[in-house]
Design a protein around this ligand. Structure first.
Ligand code: GLC
Length: 521
């Protein structure tokens, strides 16, 4: 069997634009990342997932790639990537690249050539139609079909119009992408996070087909595995918005030889209706049930575990209490996540309990998704103040603010979160959120039940308490968390018995407190 190092690993996500700025131009860069590897070593993480740094017009913060085999001068040079790989490997850490294979930038030479003429040799690398074959919306607003004046045809863009979708049915497209992935593997990278990979196969007849999961998805994933990923000791994680647990199972069950794990979205979709701009109250029983369903559904496969990334608002503001109980709730969110079965991801700043940006003026926002939505919503008549409140809650910019290393707060391309936490303050404080993350990451490496134990949910209907067990060989872990601002006494007769590994051992848990007990079975 291939070495599956990711089963005991914790992955740290760096979104380079806001991580560390080495040259003082207000934009984070690769030398900045290299300069902060002590922080990652100190946390104890096993791998770094690096969001896109490739040449890009930056319409969608680098998720619009115009050259897959280079580095945007904003971020540095290829030499910097090589140095980053070497520095990580020297510290026993790995590098996972973020790859956007569903679409390119409209400035990628493939699309530039494709749009030249109807008989361009690259015409069928993208989707061109005289008339839109369906009514699909773009996920960033407007129609998914854009008329191109030059040839009078429409092309498909699931995201911005500057992000045309590649046609994976074309073997030349697949060949070019596979060659490119191999080129990165030859440079020494250890895995890939595959952006919206569930969208690479589309069914034009399906009104919901813009969400992907088309007829050739599994065939394409198996081809990638066979021809690129297999036998290299890699980690692959696919981003799969709207996947059901059954779809996730098909993509991750080891025998099917597709991906190692996927990012499901079910749990981050529970606090809104169809779109994130239409909020509903979060129900703890539903949140617990979602996690449990994925734990059970992927018992033969593997889960990825996350609260935060560059697309989601900050967990402590969203699922916790970023006011009075910020520290306790940030720790409890971490405990619950890291004690599930799967590979946990920590997104820069999450380990500090960093809050949402909370920007109050539209001029502070940078993300095109937010700006497009704000324009459309206010044109439809939504008062600006109300639209801004939605952005304060749900904008992706909430998680894109500069990493607060210390309180120097040098000016950046985007403002800082309205917050005072810093790495410098938390590093040596044993009671800090940062120290708590360090402890949880160490636990996964030290206690086999954390990585490998079987999962069982307790008290499914409890509106305040999140409790579950993980069992492995002779050992049981009992995880109990208070998701409320009141004291609770969990209705678990033997809560309190065992060795306390982290947190508070009960029987009473204060607001947002939690604990993990280890005991014999
Ligand atoms: C993924 C990325 C997101 C990006 C989108 C389009 O969802 O995480 O940041 O905007 O794909 O590439």
């Amino acid at each position: 069997m291939e070495q599956q190092w990711w089963r005991t690993a914790v992955v740290y996500q760096v979104w380079p634009r806001s991580f560390a700025d080495s040259d003082g131009d207000g934009i984070g860069d690769l030398r900045g990342v290299i300069s902060k590897l002590d922080h990652l070593s100190d946390l104890g993480v096993d791998a770094l997932w690096l969001s896109p740094f490739y040449p890009s017009p930056q319409v969608d913060a680098g998720y619009d790639i115009s050259d897959y085999q280079g580095v945007d001068p904003l971020f540095g040079t290829l030499q910097d990537v090589d140095d980053l790989i070497a520095s990580l490997h020297a510290r026993g850490m790995r590098l996972v690249l973020d790859m956007v294979l569903n679409h390119t930038s409209d400035l990628h030479p493939w699309f530039v050539e494709s749009r030249q003429s109807k008989d361009s040799p690259k015409r069928d690398w993208y989707f061109w139609h005289d008339e839109p074959p369906n009514q699909w919306p773009s996920l960033f607003g407007g129609s998914a079909w854009e008329l191109d004046e030059q040839t009078g045809q429409h092309y498909l863009h699931t995201f911005a119009k500057e992000q045309p979708d590649l046609d994976w049915r074309n073997p030349e497209v697949r060949q070019a992408l596979k060659q490119m992935l191999c080129w990165w593997l030859d440079r020494g990278v250890d895995g890939f996070r595959l952006d919206v990979i569930s969208m690479i196969s589309k069914d034009f007849e399906n009104p919901w087909g813009f969400l992907g999961f088309g007829p050739q998805l599994h065939e394409h994933l198996q081809e990638l595995r066979r021809e690129v990923f297999a036998g290299q000791g890699l980690m692959t994680v696919g981003e799969t918005p709207m996947a059901t647990v059954e779809q996730a199972r098909l993509m991750t069950e080891p025998d099917r030889k597709e991906l190692d794990m996927v990012f499901g979205f079910e749990h981050v979709n529970l606090d809104h209706n169809l779109t994130k701009w239409d909020p509903i109250p979060l129900s703890l029983p539903r949140l617990k049930a979602s996690f449990a369903r994925w734990q059970e559904g992927l018992a033969a496969g593997w889960n990825s575990l996350y609260w935060d990334n560059h697309d989601q608002p900050r967990a402590v503001s969203r699922f916790g209490d970023d006011g009075e109980h910020r520290v306790a709730s940030a720790k409890t969110l971490a405990t619950v996540l890291h004690l599930h079965r799967g590979t946990p991801y920590v997104y820069q700043g999450e380990e500090l309990g960093l809050k949402n940006a909370g920007f109050r003026s539209i001029h502070d926002y940078r993300d095109l998704e937010s700006l497009n939505w704000f324009r459309e919503a206010t044109e439809r008549g939504l008062p600006e103040a109300e639209a801004l409140r939605h952005l304060q809650r749900a904008s992706r910019d909430n998680a894109r603010t500069p990493m607060p290393w210390d309180d120097s707060r040098r000016a950046h391309w985007i403002g800082y979160a309205d917050d005072t936490v810093t790495v410098a303050d938390q590093r040596d404080d044993p009671a800090s959120v940062l120290s708590h993350y360090r402890r949880l990451i160490a636990l996964r490496h030290e206690v086999p039940a954390v990585a490998h134990g079987d999962f069982a949910l307790l008290l499914p209907d409890d509106e305040r308490v999140w409790a579950f067990t993980r069992t492995h060989e002779e050992v049981e872990l009992l995880v109990v968390a208070n998701f409320s601002s009141y004291d609770v006494v969990p209705e678990l007769p033997d809560w309190g018995r065992g060795e306390l590994l982290v947190g508070t051992g009960g029987p009473r848990l204060g607001p947002w407190e939690s604990g993990v007990l280890l005991r014999d079975r």
